[in-house]
Design a protein around this ligand. Structure first.
Ligand code: OGA
Ligand code: MN
Length: 233
């Protein structure tokens, strides 16, 4: 028994220095909880077991949430508006670098049915939503610096579809900037940030040079996100 405890303490000590071990540990405890938790570990990775347990239940990535056809339909619908704008690179005080954006209220049939699915899985029932959907187009060289979405204008939940490219979203607790949690946002996935993860952590999208998930390079291409938010209560 003492040996087991010692081994486990050693593992914990080692894992403190080695995030990969944290993932392995979290995978084995996830396995004990059930198959859906194991799924979580393919997109969630963090600097410590504690930080992972803080965000658990408040972050979610649903891989392949949309089909290639649906991605195409969304892309077609936003591209015309985006093409009219130039990527913004040089505002040093902007939270986002290398981007253009638009908003859209009315969508065609295919896109509207995707958005209905997003609303159904992401938001608490009856929660009033921000009308227009935010569309953010990040250049290959673009990135989003750490920030927290305005609490004045947005509510408890942020849900985003990723088109065209994989990317890594990093969450960092506001009060402990040495900890971090990475989410692998695969192309065509839906991510959801709720409550604590939305209010107590900054979020960012890593730039190409820093775009690694669990030690693996995640190449960044142009990426479009389609973001739904609810209203503050
Ligand atoms: C934002 C933001 C994330 C994304 O626009 O505030 O954090 O997925 N976007 O593009
Ligand atoms: Mn944001």
């Amino acid at each position: 028994m003492t040996l087991l405890i010692r081994v486990s303490k050693q593992l914990q000590r080692q894992s403190f220095k080695n995030p990969l071990l944290y993932r392995l540990l979290s995978e084995s405890s996830a396995l004990r909880k059930g198959p859906e938790s194991k799924e979580e570990c393919t997109w969630l990775y963090g600097s410590s077991q504690e930080i992972l347990s803080l965000v658990r239940g408040h972050v979610e990535v649903r891989q392949n949430f949309i089909s290639e056809e649906e991605e195409n339909a969304l892309f077609k619908e936003v591209e015309t508006a985006l093409r009219k704008k130039r990527y913004e690179f040089d505002h040093w005080d902007d939270a986002i670098h290398g981007y253009r954006e638009t908003e859209r209220l009315q969508w065609g049939v295919t896109c509207e049915s995707v958005l209905r699915r997003v609303r159904a899985v992401a938001f608490p029932e009856g929660s009033p939503l921000l009308g227009p959907i935010h569309v953010l187009d990040l250049d290959k060289e673009g990135y989003i610096k750490p920030h927290i979405d305005s609490v004045k204008f947005c509510g408890s939940t942020i849900a985003g579809l990723s088109l065209l490219s994989d990317s890594v979203m990093r969450l960092v607790p506001e009060n402990k900037s040495t900890d971090w949690v990475d989410l692998l946002l695969s192309r065509r996935s839906l991510y959801i940030l709720r409550d604590e993860a939305r209010f107590k952590f900054t979020h960012e999208i890593l730039k190409e040079e820093e775009s690694f998930f669990s030690g693996q390079k995640v190449p960044r291409h142009r990426r479009i996100s389609v973001i739904c938010r609810n209203l503050p209560v």
